[in-house]
Design a protein around this ligand. Structure first.
Ligand SMILES: [Mn+2]
Length: 336
C-alpha cells in the first residue's frame, strides 16, 4: 500500500493544500522521504459529493485534505468546511477547524511541527486565505477578475489566480491533467516560485480566463435579476440563450451592491442541477443564514448532496427538483 493525497479538485485551495502536504510531508509524518519520493506521491482531485456518496475507495495510507471526512479510517484528514464538523472526538492526525483556507490551516499545523515560514510563504498563505474565504476588496477583485493594462509585476494574489486559471478551463479532463501535473512536478518554496509551474505559462491561462469572465458578464447581463424580497440576485442559467465564457462568482456584488445573497442555477453536463448560494462579500454582516447548512438541507431534501461554509455553499440535486428547490431557498432567505 502506498501514500496518496486526495484533495478538492479544480480548486485553488485544494491545489494549495496538496502542495503544503507535499512540501512538509516529512514534518507531518515523521518520515525521511527524499524530494523525488515525495514528488512521486500521486494526487487525486475529487469533488466533495464523491466522498459524501461513498463513491471513492480509501486506504489507510490516504491523506485527505479540503474534503469531507471519509467513513473508512485514513492516515490523515484535514478540513475547514462547516458542514464537515465532526460530531465526536477525532483520532490523531485528523483535524477540523473553521479557518479561511484549508491550505492556510495545514501551513499552521506544519509550523507547529517546527517548520519556519519565509516571507514568501506568508504571502502565499495570505493570498490563498483571501481567495478561499472571499476576503477580497473591490480593488483586489478588479485586479484579479478584470483585464489589466499590463501584467509586469503581479501581486501574490494575482499569481495565485494565474495558477488557478490553469485548471479551471472549460475542459474537465484537461483540468484534471493539469492539476495532477502541477502537483507531480518539482516544487519550490511555494507555488509562487515553483519553476516548473511558471514555465507552463500560467499568465496565458489567466488572460484567457479574464477574457472569459468578460464575455460571461456580457451574456449574464441579459438575464441576471435581483429579487428584492429575498435580497437575492438570481442567475438562472436555464434562461441563458448561449453558454459563453467563464463564471465570475463575484459579479453579482459588483453589479448589485445592495444585495445580501446570490443564487446561481446551472445544469451540469451529467444532467444534474448545481445550485450555488453566496453572500455579498463586501457586506458579509448582511448574511443571516448559514448558507452551508442551507445547502446541506437542500441537497438532502431534493435528491442530492450539499454543504459549504457559513457565507457560501453549494448543492447538486436532481434537475426535475430544481424549481421546487429554488422556491425553498428564496423562502428560507426571506424568513430567516
Ligand atoms: Mn477550501
Amino acid at each position: 500500500m502506498k501514500y496518496r493525497i486526495v484533495t478538492h479538485g479544480n480548486c485553488t485551495d485544494g491545489y494549495s493544500s496538496a502542495f503544503v502536504m507535499k512540501r512538509f510531508f516529512n514534518d507531518f509524518f515523521g518520515t525521511a522521504l527524499s524530494k523525488k519520493q515525495i514528488q512521486k506521491i500521486p494526487v487525486l482531485g475529487v469533488q466533495p459529493h464523491v466522498i459524501q456518496q461513498k463513491k471513492l475507495i480509501f486506504t489507510e495510507k490516504d491523506i485527505v485534505v479540503d474534503l469531507p471526512r471519509p467513513q473508512k479510517p485514513v492516515l490523515f484528514w484535514c478540513d475547514h468546511h462547516l458542514t464537515s464538523k465532526p460530531t465526536g472526538e477525532l483520532p490523531e492526525n485528523h483535524h477540523w477547524k473553521i479557518t479561511p483556507s484549508c491550505a492556510g490551516y495545514l501551513a499552521d499545523l506544519a509550523l507547529e511541527k517546527g517548520a519556519s515560514p519565509s516571507r514568501e510563504f506568508l504571502d502565499f498563505k495570505r493570498a490563498i486565505d483571501i481567495m478561499d474565504n472571499a476576503e477580497y476588496t473591490k480593488k483586489d477583485l478588479k485586479a484579479c477578475y478584470y483585464k489589466q493594462n499590463n501584467y509586469c509585476r503581479p501581486s501574490p494574489l494575482q499569481k495565485m489566480h494565474m495558477i488557478g486559471a490553469m485548471f479551471n478551463t472549460r475542459d474537465a479532463i484537461l483540468n484534471d491533467e493539469i492539476f495532477k501535473t502541477l502537483l507531480a512536478g518539482e516544487m519550490g518554496e511555494t507555488p509562487l516560485s515553483s519553476k516548473m509551474l511558471w514555465q507552463l505559462n500560467p499568465l496565458m491561462y489567466h488572460k484567457a480566463q479574464l477574457e472569459g469572465f468578460e464575455r460571461w458578464r456580457d451574456n449574464v447581463d441579459t438575464y441576471l435579476r435581483y429579487d428584492k424580497e429575498s435580497r437575492c440576485v438570481i442567475q438562472d442559467d436555464r434562461k441563458a440563450k448561449t453558454n459563453v465564457g467563464n463564471f465570475d462568482r463575484f459579479y453579482f456584488c459588483m453589479k448589485y451592491p445592495q444585495t445580501s445573497y446570490n443564487l446561481s442555477i446551472r445544469i451540469t453536463y451529467d444532467e444534474k442541477a448545481r445550485l450555488g448560494i453566496g453572500s455579498n462579500i463586501f457586506n458579509k454582516e448582511w448574511c443571516r443564514v448559514d448558507l452551508g447548512s442551507l445547502c446541506e438541507e437542500v441537497g438532502k431534501k431534493f435528491g442530492g448532496s450539499g454543504g459549504g461554509h457559513y457565507y457560501v455553499g453549494g448543492a447538486v440535486i436532481r434537475t426535475e427538483k430544481c424549481d421546487e428547490a429554488v422556491k425553498f431557498i428564496l423562502d428560507a432567505l426571506k424568513e430567516r
